[in-house]
Design a protein around this ligand. Structure first.
Ligand SMILES: Nc1nc2c(ncn2[C@@H]2O[C@H](COP(=O)(O)OP(=O)(O)OP(=O)(O)O)[C@@H](O)[C@H]2O)c(=O)[nH]1
Length: 515
């Protein structure tokens, strides 16, 4: 269906609404694409950060291993320690070792310092608790015993404390193995350093099956840390450095991270937190739990959100600007088109009219009469035709000149027009002869109109060259009834009636038609 556009509002509706819808759709598509692109960028940044933290953790552990190894190298060469250990002089060994431990603890965060006999029995724990004689079955010690070389790795202690341990076999000057010295750093310290370096909070969680509840609780109590065995269904938190234990991390977020390898997310107090997980294995390669990396990505998200808001804002402004410009252009083009259309209509109108009287020209009249006959054939109605001629018009021309004659013709044309309805068609048929088509008129109506015209001209005082002239008209009428009448026949009938009116004395109306 083709909609007809008439007014400027119609044009604006037809053009601006689709344009606005198109621009909005475009903005929406660009906004969503940009949003997805930025989410991807944030995810990438996060992955890079996570990889960075993992590498940093590995580096830190390697670095600590090397550091502990270096220190152990020195300790195994210490003659005082060696003598006291070989003599199995517990008090002496402790007295010599303790100042070293104080320095190692203060300078290097070392939390474990052991002297172990060749049969793997603990001879001296320099740090608390002061337990001895128990057999050590840790992987690092087994490796050092088996290979005779230093062994290092993360190990889960019986109290559920995750510790980096380095064990050095200890030999005397003759190459005889006299035992082992072990140094350890709790992983918490490393995690804490990483947290302060990267801002990422790290939680190390161990599966419950690898720890005993009572010993874990005792261990946590011993190091003065909050502990809650039931906090997670399958895991306990063994590494949760104070500095990075964010109290604002919702429990449900951590819980989600312990039960899935997917990235867990939450929005807390207008901040976006994400948790990634990475498996946690001990020195033997056994998977014992997982590490949670909690990151605050609010800053990146806010930056991207601001960029998107800016983009959408700019898009809206550009869209509005485009609509405003389009509105101006449509208005301008519409007005210009209207002017052109008006000019064309005026031209056509002028082309159809007689230059002197402004009435329809004869050829236009013929077409109009033809159309009118078509119409009444279709409607089965009637139409009246008047043929009007000014009586003795030649005398006006002869007496007062052609210009005065023109003036009289114009006046008569105006008088005729004033006597008919707007839908009636008045034409100049030729010279001083006029025709009027009266659509829908029967004989009586046509007669009444003819009489109105006749009497209006008869009564009109024509002012010519300062003289008042009186003129009369003769009028012939013909009536078309439905189909069957041709334009020629109708004109012929009216013409004959006009001729009769002239011949029977003028200033009269003759109709041969019956009503
Ligand atoms: N001024 C002027 N005269 C015109 C025009 N067209 C025709 N005429 C004149 O109209 C006159 C018509 O005269 P006739 O046909 O003899 O008719 P009449 O004098 O009106 O007499 P009857 O019709 O018999 O009453 C002629 O003198 C034409 O020159 C015109 O455009 N302007």
């Amino acid at each position: 269906m083709v909609t007809k556009l008439n007014s400027l509002a119609d044009y604006k509706r037809a053009l601006l609404l689709p344009l606005a819808a198109g621009l909005l759709t475009l903005l929406l598509v660009v906004g969503v694409a940009e949003f997805l692109r930025e989410r991807r960028a944030i995810d990438e940044q996060r992955s890079i950060a996570v990889e960075g933290v993992k590498s940093a953790l590995k580096l830190a552990i390697d670095r600590d291993s090397d550091k502990l190894s270096g220190l152990l190298e020195l300790l195994t060469r210490n003659a005082d320690l060696q003598q006291a250990f070989v003599r199995r002089d517990f008090d002496e060994l402790r007295a010599v070792a303790q100042p070293y431990y104080a320095v190692l603890r203060a300078r290097h965060n070392i939390t474990h310092f052991y002297f172990i006999a060749p049969d793997r029995r603990m001879f001296l724990r320099v740090q608390a608790p002061e337990r001895r004689g128990d057999e050590i079955n840790r992987y690092t010690l087994s490796e050092a015993e088996r290979t005779g070389k230093p062994s290092a790795g993360l190990e889960l202690g019986p109290m559920g404390i995750f510790t980096l341990r380095v064990v050095h076999p200890w030999t005397d000057t003759s190459g005889q193995r006299i035992g082992y010295i072990e140094l350890g750093i709790e992983i918490d310290r490393t995690l804490e350093q990483l947290h302060s370096l990267t801002g990422v909070s790290l939680y190390s969680l161990v599966e419950k099956k690898h720890v005993q509840r009572e010993r874990w609780e005792a261990g946590m109590r011993m190091i003065g840390r909050n502990h809650d065995w039931d906090r997670f269904p399958d895991h306990v938190v063994v590494g949760r450095p104070e500095g990075s234990d964010r109290t604002d991390v919702p429990h449900r977020l951590l819980l989600a991270a312990t039960s899935s390898t997917e990235v867990a997310r939450a929005r807390v107090a207008a901040r976006s937190l994400v948790v990634e997980t990475t498996p946690l294995s001990d020195a033997s390669g056994r998977s014992v739990g997982r590490m949670l990396l909690v990151m605050d990505v609010s800053a990146s998200e806010d930056r991207y959100d601001r960029a998107i808001a800016l983009l959408v804002g700019a898009g809206l402004l550009i869209g509005l600007g485009t609509l405003l410009i389009a509105d101006r252009v449509i208005t301008h083009v519409y007005l210009r088109l209207n002017e052109t259309r008006q000019e064309r209509d005026d031209y056509l109108e002028r082309a159809e009219r007689d230059a002197l009287t402004g009435l329809l020209r004869q050829d236009v009249f013929m077409r109009a009469l033809h159309n009118e006959l078509q119409r009444i054939r279709h409607d089965d109605s009637t139409s009246g035709l008047l043929m009007i001629d000014i009586d003795f018009f030649k005398r006006v021309n002869d007496t007062y000149g052609h210009r005065s004659g023109d003036h009289v013709l114009q006046s008569v044309a105006r008088l005729i027009r004033d006597c008919v309805r707007p839908q009636d068609l008045v034409a100049r048929y030729g010279g001083e002869e006029f025709t009027v088509i009266l659509p829908g008129a029967g004989h009586d109506t046509a007669w009444a109109v003819a009489e109105r015209i006749r009497s209006s001209v008869e009564q009109f005082p024509f002012l010519v060259d300062g003289t008042t002239l009186k003129l009369t008209l003769s009028i012939g009428i013909s009536i078309a009834h439905g189909g069957g009448t041709t334009t020629e026949a109708l004109i012929r009938t009216a013409d004959r009636a006009l001729y009769d009116a002239k011949n029977s004395g003028r200033n009269r109306i003759i109709s041969h038609a019956r009503s």
